[in-house]
Design a protein around this ligand. Structure first.
Ligand code: NAP
Length: 279
C-alpha cells in the first residue's frame, strides 16, 4: 500500500497519511507513492482509520510521532476545519479541510478538492468553465469544497440543486459575493446547462437525482465526482442524454492529491501517468 522513494540512506523519511472512516478502499497511498517516486521525495504515506469519535486524538498522536501532514476524508473534513490554526482561502470558504500540514507548532488547513475538480476539467479534459452555465447537484461536503475555485473561473452562473432544498439555498447565499449563484430543488432546474456536475452521493446507490431530461444543453458536459471501475449511474445518464463528454471523478481525486503534495513538498507532480495507471 505504501512505498518509499529513497534519496540517501541517512535522510529521514517524512510521514504522511490519509485519515478517515472507512478508509480501506482509499487510493491515496498509491497515488502519493507514485508522486514521491516521480519527484524523488523521501516520504512514506499510509492509510489511517480513526474512530468516529476520535479524530482529534488520532491526529495528535500522528503528529506527536513526527507526522508531517494528513489528507482528511469522510467524515472528518469539518472537524479538520475546526482543528486547524490557519486556513487557506478555499478551506475558509468551504468550512472544510482535506489537507493538514504540521509546521512547527501550527496546524495549517487547506482544501484542495475544488482545485482538483477545476484542473481535471480545464487541463485534463480541456473544458473551459469561463462564461458557462453550470449546474451542481448536491450540497454536501464535496460541493462546499469546490464552489470557491469553481466561481473563480468566472462561469456565467452557477445553480446548486439539492434534495434538501434549504441546504442548497443556504450554500448559494454563502458564496453570493463570489459570483452569480443560486440554490434550489431538482424541480427548480429550468435553463439548459453547459456543464452538469454531480456532487451527490446518489451514485453510490446507483441512483441519478431526479433532474429533467432537458437540463443538459446541446454539446453539454456531464461530470460525476464519484468514480468507479464501471460507468457510474450519472455517467451513464450523461451518455444516454448525448453529452459531448460524460466523465467520472477519478481525475479530480488525482488532481486534489497532487495539490496536497504541492502544499506539503513545494513540488507539483505530473498527474497524467498516475491517472493512466489507476484507470
Ligand atoms: N473525486 C473526488 O476526489 C471526490 C472528492 C470528494 C467527494 N467525492 C464524491 O462526491 C460525492 C459526495 O460526497 P460528499 O462528501 O459531499 O457527501 P455528503 O457530504 O454526505 O453529501 C451527500 C450529498 O448527496 C445528496 N444525496 C445523497 N443521497 C441522495 C439521493 N439518493 N438522491 C439525491 N441526493 C442524494 C445529499 O442530499 P441531502 O442534503 O438532501 O442529504 C447531499 O447533498 C460522493 O460520491 C463522493 O464519493 C469525490
Amino acid at each position: 500500500m505504501t512505498r518509499i522513494a529513497s534519496q540517501t540512506s541517512t535522510e529521514q523519511t517524512d510521514q504522511y497519511a490519509v485519515i478517515g472512516n472507512p478508509i480501506t478502499h482509499s487510493k491515496s497511498p498509491l497515488i502519493h507513492a507514485a508522486f514521491a517516486e516521480q519527484t524523488v521525495q523521501n516520504l512514506h504515506y499510509s492509510a489511517m482509520l480513526a474512530p468516529r469519535e476520535g479524530f482529534v486524538e488520532s491526529v495528535q498522536a500522528f503528529r506527536q510521532q513526527g507526522g508531517k501532514g494528513l489528507n482528511v476524508t469522510v467524515p472528518f473534513k469539518t472537524e479538520a476545519f475546526h482543528l486547524a490554526d490557519e486556513l487557506n482561502e478555499a478551506a475558509t470558504r468551504a468550512e472544510a479541510v482535506n489537507t493538514l500540514s504540521f509546521v512547527e507548532d501550527k496546524i495549517l488547513g487547506a482544501n484542495t478538492d475544488g482545485i482538483g475538480l477545476v484542473r481535471d476539467l480545464q487541463e485534463n479534459h480541456q473544458i473551459q468553465l469561463r462564461g458557462k452555465r453550470i449546474l451542481i447537484l448536491g450540497s454536501g461536503g464535496a460541493v462546499q469544497g469546490v464552489l470557491q475555485p469553481l466561481l473563480a473561473t468566472e462561469p456565467q452562473f452557477v445553480m446548486i440543486a439539492n434534495r434538501t432544498v434549504e441546504k442548497a439555498t443556504h450554500l448559494a447565499q454563502r458564496f453570493q459575493d463570489l459570483g452569480d449563484i443560486h440554490g434550489g430543488g431538482f424541480s427548480d432546474i429550468q435553463t439548459p446547462f453547459d456543464i452538469i456536475i454531480n456532487g451527490t452521493a446518489a451514485s453510490l446507490e446507483g441512483i441519478v437525482p431526479p433532474v429533467s431530461d432537458h437540463c443538459l444543453a446541446e454539446q453539454g458536459i456531464c461530470y460525476d465526482m464519484m468514480y468507479a471501475k464501471q460507468d457510474t449511474a450519472f455517467v451513464t445518464w450523461g451518455k444516454q442524454h448525448h453529452a459531448h463528454a460524460s466523465l467520472d471523478g477519478l481525475g479530480m481525486l488525482v488532481e486534489q492529491a497532487a495539490e496536497s503534495f504541492r502544499v506539503w513538498r513545494g513540488i507539483m507532480p505530473k498527474t497524467s501517468n498516475v491517472l493512466h495507471d489507476l484507470r
